[in-house]
Design a protein around this ligand. Structure first.
Ligand code: UDP
Length: 243
């Protein structure tokens, strides 16, 4: 089993959910900033059009597949991915492992009040978890500077950025070398789920790899975004058969 799987130019770490959590814990013991991204097929397609974004993804210390489409695509190559590792689950697992330890977390992203509601719920669910800063994801250049200064002052160990892709990955890459943070994770819409405003798919949808269908049924406005999914699978097949 190889350590990486390359899907349409994006390099994924071939790890299970448990292995990914252990890697995050090892990052927390090192004195440098590690970037963690969780691309789905839509994000891979975006990276094919945007080479700066592709470079940012491929420079990250940990990249896991948040989408069954990526795992299926890997079956058409020699580097089959072990399993889907959803960003939301990864963060929940991390919270569970650090809640009794001396690590702190900072939330940045989502509509006004969402990150605050997410903090309230997560501190209740993971008693002992230390969320030391919260900011919503709608800001101008001045506010961005204030938020960066706040992060520099508070020095969280983990920074979660939920601004959607590729905005969150580009922002993390831009500030990575200035921030006194050990792990930065792009978490997409995870604060919406942590806040309780958005529900995750029922287990039956997850079991059959249909979380994308549940999200489409709940948010039909995602339809045009999701057209990228069949295009992604076509691109994978084209690469396999025509190189
Ligand atoms: N968002 C934000 N600032 C922006 C644009 C988006 O904070 O300028 C947030 C938005 O409120 C949502 C998240 O980014 O919470 C994007 O969610 P989406 O479901 O698109 O991400 P996914 O989970 O699909 O990556």
């Amino acid at each position: 089993m190889s350590d990486f799987s390359h899907i349409l130019g994006v390099k994924f770490n071939n790890v299970t959910y448990e292995e990914a959590i252990d890697i995050l814990l090892s990052f927390l013991r090192e004195n440098k900033c590690h970037c963690v991204f969780t691309p789905n097929p839509e994000i891979v397609m975006e990276a094919r059009k945007d080479l700066e974004f592709m470079r940012i993804l491929n420079d990250a210390e940990l990249v896991v597949p948040d989408g069954i489409g990526v795992v299926i695509a890997s079956r058409f190559s020699k580097e089959k991915l072990k399993e889907r590792v959803a960003g939301f689950d990864l963060v929940q697992g991390l919270f569970d492992r650090i809640k009794d330890k001396d690590y702190s977390v900072y939330f940045w992203g989502g509509a006004p009040r969402v990150a605050m509601e997410a903090k309230f719920n997560m501190e209740k669910k993971y008693s002992g978890l230390k969320i030391i800063g919260v900011n919503d994801g709608y800001f101008d250049a001045n506010k961005e500077k204030l938020i960066i200064d706040d992060i520099k002052n508070k020095k969280p160990d983990v920074l979660l950025v939920g601004l959607g892709a590729p905005k969150q990955e580009k922002l993390i890459a831009r500030y990575k070398n200035q921030l006194p943070v050990k792990v930065c994770i792009g978490v997409g819409g995870s604060f919406d789920v942590m806040s309780g405003r958005v529900k995750r798919a029922p287990k039956i949808f997850m079991r059959f790899g249909l979380e994308w269908l549940y999200r489409l049924l709940c948010q039909p406005s995602r339809f045009f975004r999701m057209l990228k999914l069949p295009m992604f699978l076509l691109a994978v097949l084209k690469k396999k058969f025509f190189g």
